[in-house]
Design a protein around this ligand. Structure first.
Ligand code: G1P
Length: 293
C-alpha cells in the first residue's frame, strides 16, 4: 500500500540543468522522470507515495498536488482535455507525503526517514529509485516483484545483468538460483571493487521489503562512500530471513546518466504513436549527417 521514493539527490551529473530544476523533474518526452515511477507504484495498488525529498525540490511537491487554478483556466479556455494531464484521475485517491532529508547521508538513511509514516498494518513497503526507468510491453518491474512477494511472503528486489567493468557502481548479489528468473540472495555487497563482485547480477532500483528492514536500518553503520547503505541493511536481513531477487524482461534505463536518459527518451519516442514515425525517419537522416565524423 505504501511506496517510498527517495528524491533528495543533488543531480550533479546533470548540471547545469539541475541547478534550479530537480533531476527527477526533467522530462522524458512530456512527463517528468519521477512520474513514471509514481505511476508504476500506483498501478500495483499503492495508495500512499512517500517522497524523501529536500527543501530545494518544492516543484516535485507542486507537481503531484492538484492545481485547481490551472484546471479552472483550462476549463475556461475550453481546453478541458488537458485537465487529466495535470490533475490525473489516477492520483485522486493517492496520498502524497513529503519527508525532508536535511542531510545527504545515503540511501539507507533516506529510507529510514519513512518509518514514521508506516503502521502495524504495513507488512512490507515498495521502494522505487526513480532514476531507473523501466519499459516493457508486459507487466511492470514492480508488479513482477509484488507477485513474487504475494506468493512467497519474502522480501524481493529487482536485479539485472551488468557488464563486469560497471559492477562497482551497484549493489551486487551472490545468487542461489531458484528458477530462470528468481534467486535467493546468499550475500550482497554495495559497490564492490573491480574484480571483487560476487556475480554480475546488480541491484536495480525496485524493491519490496518487509518492514523488518527498518530494524536493520537502525543498526547499520556507515558503509560504501561513508554513507548509510540500504544494501547493508538487506545484508543483515538475510542473516535472519530469506530475501529473493528477480530479473526482469523489460528494458531498464539509468536516467541518472546522460546516455541512459537519452536512450530512455529515444525509446519512449519510438513507442509514442504521435511522433514515432517522424522520429524514426529523423534518426536515419541524422545518422547519415557528416557533422559527427
Ligand atoms: C543505489 C543502491 C545500489 C543500486 C543502485 C541502482 O545506488 O545503493 O545498491 O544498485 O542504486 O540504481 P546509487 O545509484 O544511489 O549509488
Amino acid at each position: 500500500r505504501k511506496a517510498i521514493l527517495p528524491v533528495a539527490g543533488l543531480g550533479t551529473r546533470f548540471l547545469p540543468a539541475t541547478k534550479s530544476i530537480p533531476k527527477e523533474m526533467l522530462p522524458i518526452i512530456d512527463k517528468p522522470l519521477v512520474q513514471y515511477a509514481v505511476e508504476e507504484a500506483i498501478d500495483i495498488g499503492v495508495t500512499e507515495i512517500i517522497f524523501i525529498t529536500s527543501h530545494a525540490k518544492k516543484s516535485i511537491e507542486s507537481h503531484f498536488l492538484p492545481n485547481k487554478d490551472l484546471e479552472e483556466s483550462l476549463r475556461n479556455k475550453s481546453e478541458a482535455e488537458y485537465i487529466d494531464l495535470i490533475n490525473p484521475k489516477q492520483f485522486e485517491n493517492i496520498k502524497f507525503t513529503f519527508v525532508n532529508q536535511e542531510e545527504q547521508k545515503g540511501l539507507g538513511h533516506a529510507i529510514l526517514l519513512a518509518e514514521d509514516y508506516l503502521n502495524d498494518e504495513d507488512d512490507a513497503v515498495a521502494i522505487l529509485l526513480p532514476d531507473d526507468l523501466y519499459i516493457s510491453s508486459g507487466k511492470s518491474c514492480l508488479q513482477t516483484l509484488a507477485d513474487i512477494y504475494l506468493e512467497t511472503s519474502n522480501s524481493v528486489i529487482a536485479i539485472n545483468q551488468v557488464p563486469n567493468k560497471k559492477l562497482s557502481s551497484y549493489g551486487v548479489i551472490d545468487p542461489i538460483k531458484i528458477s530462470e528468473e528468481i534467486y535467493e540472495i546468499n550475500q550482497i555487497v554495495e559497490k564492490p571493487k573491480l574484480g571483487d563482485a560476487p556475480s554480475n547480477l546488480a541491484v536495480s532500483g525496485r524493491y519490496i521489503l518487509k518492514t523488518e528492514i527498518f530494524n536493520h536500518l537502525k543498526n547499520i553503520g556507515t558503509g560504501s562512500g561513508g554513507e548509510y547503505q540500504l544494501t547493508d541493511a538487506i545484508k543483515d536481513l538475510i542473516s535472519s530471513e530469506k530475501v529473493l531477487a528477480a530479473t526482469y524482461k523489460g528494458k531498464k534505463f539509468d536516467c541518472g546518466s546522460k546516455e541512459g536518459y537519452v536512450k530512455a527518451t529515444l525509446s519512449l519516442a519510438m513507442l509514442d504513436k504521435d511522433i514515432s514515425k517522424d522520429i524514426k525517419q529523423s534518426l536515419e537522416s541524422l545518422l547519415s549527417w557528416n557533422l559527427y565524423i
